[in-house]
Write a protein that binds this ligand. Structure first.
Ligand code: DGJ
Length: 378
């Protein structure tokens, strides 16, 4: 065979193989959500992005979450924050580890620490991607309760760790209009509900379960379980999103809310969270407010269907607005498996609106285009 013929044959064989692979990928393409099933990435590997959040940028969704490892120590961070990308929210490409744990024993994020609930936002002014997470220092259980931040020029990373600390040291809360006098802190005569707040006033407030919310005006807020998980704080971030300004309010004081997830619709701020029962599921709770600092109104449990009293076995992590689709938000939750953390599952369900009220109805499987999702009788 001449050289040209051999080359042609090779090209044809290669093209056939590529077409076959593309066809196989299309065949395996996912076109529905199955809450609680194992979800695979495009290479067929189980997605490993727990306690996650999603950033939409330039036509793609980027999912960031905790990379867990096998076994009971799987909730300690040995690898880092895993990133996946998708155009359709069903099929996810593995983009690798966006923030890697360090080998340096002096680093706050040394392997073996606890890194939870990473959330990434984009800062239009600095053109940087900013990742916040809850950090527990290695070997110290859950006592450090720090907020931590990392930045990157590229959405998929690598993110550079900047710092970890307890926010708002020495700062008293901001009281939105309508705050009852009884809710105002007096550390000279400490009320029971304020004892952890006053204890931590000087050194900074505890920061555990968290989310980041970017408002329409570009201001960002860090919302976190503080005061030994008794009270939520809604705290303003600096213009570059890498620090706290010192302005914050206390929300749902003494009621032990974890796993906050925020979104905004028709000028109303919504928050979905959970109670506080370790890795075990409990009832979700939702709130609304006209101003981000509150007052926030409590509305009870939004879930409907089997196991609604334990959030279908999960715990909120993020609410995702679907790009280009009005009033379409996905409630994202984790089903934790503390004995083998890597086997934790993802529960995503549509948020249904009736007027300004929400509900989250269990579905064994669902699609973004199913007519019955997202709104009822609006
Ligand atoms: C519940 C929190 O929501 C999780 O993020 C994690 O911190 C566990 N508690 C630890 O028990």
């Amino acid at each position: 065979m001449s050289k040209i013929k051999t080359h042609l044959l090779l090209i044809i064989l290669l093209a056939t193989a590529m077409l076959q692979q593309a066809a196989a990928q299309t065949e395996n393409a996912i076109s529905e959500f199955k809450p609680g099933a194992v979800w695979y990435d495009k290479k067929g590997v189980a997605i490993n992005a727990h306690g996650g959040g999603i950033l939409y940028k330039n036509g793609l969704y980027y999912w960031f979450g905790e990379h867990k490892v096998e076994g009971s120590a799987g909730n300690t961070s040995m690898v880092g924050v895993h990133c996946y990308s998708s155009a359709d929210l069903y099929n996810w490409k593995d983009e690798g580890i966006a923030l890697a744990m360090s080998d340096d024993p002096q680093s706050d994020i040394v392997k073996g620490c606890v890194l939870e609930r990473p959330k990434v936002v984009y800062n239009k002014k600095t053109k940087k991607y900013v990742m916040w997470f809850h950090l527990e220092l290695k070997g110290k259980g859950y006592s450090a309760a720090r907020a931590a931040v990392a930045v990157s020029d590229k959405v998929t990373g690598p993110y550079q760790f900047i710092k970890s600390y307890r926010p708002n040291a020495g700062k008293m809360p901001f009281y939105p209009q309508g705050t009852p006098e009884a809710e105002k802190v007096n550390c000279a005569a400490v009320a029971d509900n304020d004892k952890f707040f006053c204890r931590d006033l000087e050194g900074g407030q505890m920061a555990r379960d968290m989310t980041i919310f970017v408002d329409d005006d570009g201001k960002a807020y860090h919302v976190f379980s503080s005061e030994e998980n008794y009270t939520l704080h809604v705290a303003e971030l600096t213009a570059d999103y890498t620090g706290h300004t010192g302005k914050y309010s206390r929300v749902f004081i003494g009621k032990q809310t974890e796993a906050p997830a925020l979104f905004k619709r028709n000028g109303i701020y919504y928050m979905i969270g959970s109670g506080c029962t370790g890795w075990a599921p409990n009832a979700a709770r939702w709130f609304t407010a006209k101003s981000i600092f509150g007052p926030w109104e409590y509305h009870g449990n939004p879930c409907e269907g089997p196991k609604k009293e334990i959030t279908f076995g999960g715990q909120s992590t993020h609410v995702l607005p679907i790009a280009g689709k009005k009033d379409a938000f996905i409630f994202m939750a984790d089903k934790w498996v503390p004995d083998n953390a890597i086997d934790g599952r993802y529960l995503w369900l549509p948020i249904t609106f009736k007027g300004d009220d929400i509900s989250i109805v269990w579905k064994d499987s669902w699609r973004l285009n199913d007519k019955s999702n997202f709104s009822l009788g609006n």
